[in-house]
Structures are given as structure tokens and as C-alpha cells.
Design a protein around this ligand. Structure first.
Ligand code: FAD
Length: 373
């Protein structure tokens, strides 16, 4: 069906990693197609917070990926008509041990541009914050509404960057230059496979080497009872033992001990707080992390209740109600990214650290380089 058009590079998957790969390949001057199984992306890329976060990413290469990706979002968002809903991050520290982690973080190179605010200072900018001992402010973060941003980015790549998109089309097998799909054969010199958490359709034996598990998250949309404006994204003490940029610091050990005593049920479900705001004033709030060999199909009310308790511990939102609940799944492994040459001219790329919105554009450049090597 599609046999008469030739591409330099075909991308499998229209999640953020696929879109970022298509963008990087097009910028390198290649003729590019994106092939997506569904009528639109419905994967992790539209279910996430749209929290483009630098602060807290694993120290070193991954932190640099996030900073670079944030910069690319800054360039691409206005061109693609994507609204950056808010900027920056506020981590409310409610225990002395959390302050110790933040002080240690600020002494590292990752703390550049960040500041520890007193509660008085923080409350001037952010009156909705509950009491605490201090607040880390980072200016680096951006927030986009992923469920809008991903389709907007796809449209822009198609209409302005000249990338061809093929929806409702599953790639069954690749034997470059032939790419076999549910709607005929495509011709492409090279492929980048960005399957998200579909680990069984293409190169399952190669991907199996990555030691990937599925991680399922619960998410909520919360409607404040009266209008509020968050000046940035929000995180809590629990985030400091989850996000590796803080959690890998030796100073996080005492905080973990306290949290294991005081919030064991939260740690068991991998709960910490991220709260971000949408243009209509509602908040996207999460999350939990349940690991297994497949997606966790059932969302637990108990887990949602714990997430909401953590939200109320950090934000003063009396009478807030829930208007939407959903789950999302990503492929998770000990290493934060997985990339492999699966066959001649074929590269597989998966962000396995749950940070694809934050690290996609930089990671995609690595994938394109690998595909062209
Ligand atoms: C609930 C949740 C919240 C998160 N929050 C954040 C956040 O705020 N910030 C952040 O940085 N990260 C966040 N993450 C992680 C981030 O969303 C993921 O790392 C990222 O979206 C993964 O993108 P992807 O393109 O690899 O996968 P996906 O978005 O899942 O896309 C993969 C696509 O490939 C398609 N596909 C697969 N196989 C084939 C095939 N053979 N043929 C055709 N199409 C195929 C699928 O249909 C799918 O559309 C979150 C994840 C979840 C689940």
C-alpha cells in the first residue's frame, strides 16, 4: 500500500520519544515518517503530568539530558502552539531531615539557579502551601498539558516540518529497507523503534536484555473549591527519596528512615507528590508506582486516598473534588534509558526512568546519531 514512497528514516511510535526522534531526524535533513498503531497517541506520553523536570533527575548525563530537553521544549513549544502552563518547581520540606537533603542538593552542581526559601518568602509567592520548614525553588521546570501538547506537536511536525504520519498502522517486522506493517510495506533505510511499554511486538529478544518491568501509576485531576493559581509544580518530602538527584545523596538516608517509620504505606505503593496546574485551574495530582511483569489493570481507591492525603499535607485546598482518574504505565529498569542497535539500521530507544517528557529531545538526538552511525 505504501510501497512507492521511500524514507531515510522511519520512526515506530508517536509518543514523545518517537516524536522527538522524528524531529531530530528531520533537523538532520532526513525524509522521515512516523508510524503509530492507534488513531492517536494514547500511551504514557498523554497520561503524564507534562512536568518537564530538571531538578531531581539522576546526577550526570541524565540531568544534562533533562536540561537540554527543557531548552528544546522552550524552542519548539511556541512554534508548535503549545502553551507552557507554568514554570519552576517548589519542593516543600516538612521535616528537618528533608531540609538537610535540600541543603546538600544545593551544594552540588545540580543546585545551580535553585534556592532554599524560608516559609515566609515561599508563602508570599505561593500562599496555598501548607506549613513546613523551608522550600526548594528551582526555576528550571516547565509544564505542558500533555494530552493537548502531544497532538499539537504531531500536527506541527506534519504540517510545518514535512514529516509523514501514518495512524492506525502497526509495524509487525523490520527488514530494512522493508518495513512490514498492518497496512502494507514501507521503504526506509533506517528505523528508530520507540515502543514505550510494548516490549513484545518488535525485537522482544533484544529488549528482554534490558531487564524491564512495567510500572503503573495512578493519577487524579483535582478541582479546587475556589480559584487558586500555582506558581509552579509542587513536590513533597516523599519526592526526595524517590527522585534520584536527591535520593542518591548520602544525606537522604536519615529522611528515608523517618519516612519508613511515618509514611510506610506511602513508600510501599511508591507514592510521592507531584501537583501541577492546568490552564482551566484544575490540578493534575499523583502519583503511585506499582511494579510488575505487566500493566496493573486495577486502580486502588486506597492508593488514591493516600495520594490525596499527601496533597492536603502540602497544599491548603479545603473542599477540593476529583473530576477524573486514570492510570498510566511505563517501561522501567535500573538504568534510566535503554538504547540498542537491534538490527542493521534499526535502533530501539526507551526511557526506562519514568522521565520521558523531561529527557526525550536529548535522548532522541542520541538515537538518531546511533541510527546514522
Ligand atoms: C502516569 C505517568 C506520569 C508520568 N509523568 C511524567 C512527567 O510528568 N514527566 C516526565 O518526564 N515523564 C513522565 N512520565 C514518563 C513519560 O510519560 C514516559 O517516559 C514517556 O511518555 C514515554 O514515551 P514513549 O514515546 O516511549 O511511550 P508512549 O507514550 O507509550 O508511546 C509509544 C507509542 O508507540 C506505539 N507503538 C508501540 N509499538 C508499536 C508498533 N509495533 N507499531 C506501531 N506503533 C507502536 C504505541 O501505540 C504508543 O503510541 C510519566 C509516565 C506515566 C505513565
Amino acid at each position: 500500500m505504501h510501497s512507492n514512497k521511500h524514507y531515510d528514516l522511519l520512526v515506530v511510535g508517536s509518543g514523545i520519544i518517537g516524536l522527538a526522534s522524528a524531529y531530530a531526524a528531520r533537523k538532520a535533513g532526513l525524509r522521515v515518517a512516523v508510524v503509530e498503531r492507534h488513531a492517536r497517541c494514547i500511551g504514557a506520553s498523554v497520561r503524564n503530568f507534562g512536568f518537564v523536570t530538571v531538578t531531581g533527575q539522576r546526577r550526570g548525563e541524565h540531568w544534562s539530558r533533562a536540561m537540554h530537553t527543557r531548552n528544546v521544549w522552550e524552542q519548539v513549544a511556541p512554534q508548535a502552539g503549545i502553551q507552557v502552563v507554568h514554570q519552576g518547581l517548589y519542593v516543600l520540606a516538612q521535616r528537618p531531615e528533608a531540609i538537610t537533603v535540600l541543603e546538600a542538593f544545593l551544594k552540588t552542581e545540580m543546585g545551580e539557579g535553585c534556592r532554599l526559601l524560608s516559609m515566609a518568602e515561599a508563602k508570599k509567592k505561593f500562599p496555598t502551601l501548607q506549613d513546613g520548614l523551608g522550600v526548594l525553588h528551582s526555576p528550571h521546570e516547565r509544564r505542558v498539558e500533555s494530552r493537548d501538547a502531544i497532538p499539537q506537536l504531531s500536527r506541527w511536525l506534519e504540517q510545518e516540518m514535512g514529516i509523514d504520519f501514518f495512524w492506525n498502522t502497526t509495524v509487525h517486522g523490520i527488514d530494512t529497507p522493508s518495513v512490514h506493517t498492518s497496512r502494507g510495506t514501507f521503504h526506509a533505510e533506517r528505523c528508530i523503534v520507540c515502543p514505550g511499554h510494548d516490549l513484545t511486538t518488535l525485537y522482544p529478544e533484544v529488549i528482554a536484555q534490558a531487564g524491564i518491568r512495567m510500572c503503573t501509576l495512578q493519577m487524579l485531576r483535582v478541582q479546587p473549591a475556589s480559584p487558586i493559581r500555582l506558581p509552579g509544580s509542587v513536590m513533597s518530602d516523599l519526592s526526595l527519596v524517590r527522585y534520584e538527584g536527591y535520593a542518591d545523596l548520602p544525606e537522604s538516608a536519615p529522611l528515608r528512615e523517618v519516612l519508613e517509620r511515618e509514611q510506610a504505606a506511602y513508600l510501599e505503593q511508591g507514592i510521592h507528590l507531584i501537583a501541577v496546574q492546568s490552564a482551566d485551574g484544575s490540578l493534575v495530582v499523583g502519583d503511585s508506582h506499582v511494579y510488575g511483569s505487566s500493566e496493573a489493570p486495577f486502580a486502588s481507591e486506597h492508593t488514591d486516598a493516600l495520594i490525596l492525603q499527601e496533597m492536603h499535607r502540602v497544599l491548603d485546598l479545603p473542599g477540593a473534588t476529583i473530576s477524573e482518574r486514570w492510570t498510566g504505565t511505563y517501561a522501567s529498569a535500573a538504568d534510566v534509558v535503554y538504547k540498542a542497535q537491534a538490527a542493521p539500521g534499526v535502533v530501539v530507544g526507551i526511557v526506562t526512568g519514568g522521565t520521558g517528557a523531561s529527557t526525550s529531545f536529548a535522548f532522541a538526538e542520541e538515537l538518531v546519531q546511533m541510527a546514522l552511525a
